[in-house]
Design a protein around this ligand. Structure first.
Ligand SMILES: CC(C)(COP(=O)(O)OP(=O)(O)OC[C@H]1O[C@@H](n2cnc3c(N)ncnc32)[C@H](O)[C@@H]1OP(=O)(O)O)[C@@H](O)C(=O)NCCC(=O)NCCS
Length: 130
């Protein structure tokens, strides 16, 4: 999970050129175990930008170093916000999807944003539990 955050952070700072903080990590799914000694690859793909936020699709792959086949271990979405020296959100350059794959992922990000609103509404009840 540390590598997921680091991969996303590198992508976020590279995209906007500002310091960034993680505002959300979600939908994390551990599909396959990573074994000790495996070679691990973590990819961070920018799929959506809002005014100050950047949404990354993160995928983790691994393989036995003696083999060539990569296993898909984990997928999740991580959202970063660009901030100034006072910790206030600042605008980021807009990501405009061009390829069919980028357009599909852009829609995927928007769909997840909508689903998250529903989940967060449900989770607000947790704060009120003594
Ligand atoms: C990130 C932070 C600066 C945002 O401050 P805020 O007052 O909520 O600011 P805003 O309401 O203007 O939201 C800023 C952006 O965050 C997004 N955001 C807020 N809550 C979110 C959530 N739960 N999921 C996804 N995005 C979210 C907003 O949609 C907005 O994006 P947009 O400008 O692209 O529309 C503030 O919440 C913070 O400092 N959080 C702690 C960050 C941290 O410590 N991270 C862990 C270590 S890096």
């Amino acid at each position: 999970m540390k590598w997921i955050d680091q991969a996303g952070y590198t992508g976020a700072v590279g995209w906007c050129g500002n310091y960034c903080v993680t505002v959300y990590v979600g939908g994390i799914r551990f599909l396959e175990p990573v074994f000790i000694g495996n070679v691990v690859e973590v990819t961070a793909k920018l799929i959506y930008t809002g005014k100050t936020s950047m949404h990354f699709s993160i995928d983790v792959y691994s393989r036995n170093p003696k083999e060539e086949t990569l296993k898909h271990n984990t997928h999740c979405i991580i959202v970063f916000v660009a901030i100034d020296e006072e910790g206030k959100p600042v605008p980021v350059p807009e990501f405009q999807p061009k390829t069919e794959n980028e357009k599909q992922l852009w829609q995927y990000a928007q769909k997840l944003m909508q689903l998250r609103k529903d989940i967060e509404t449900e989770m607000e009840a947790y704060i009120k539990i003594p």
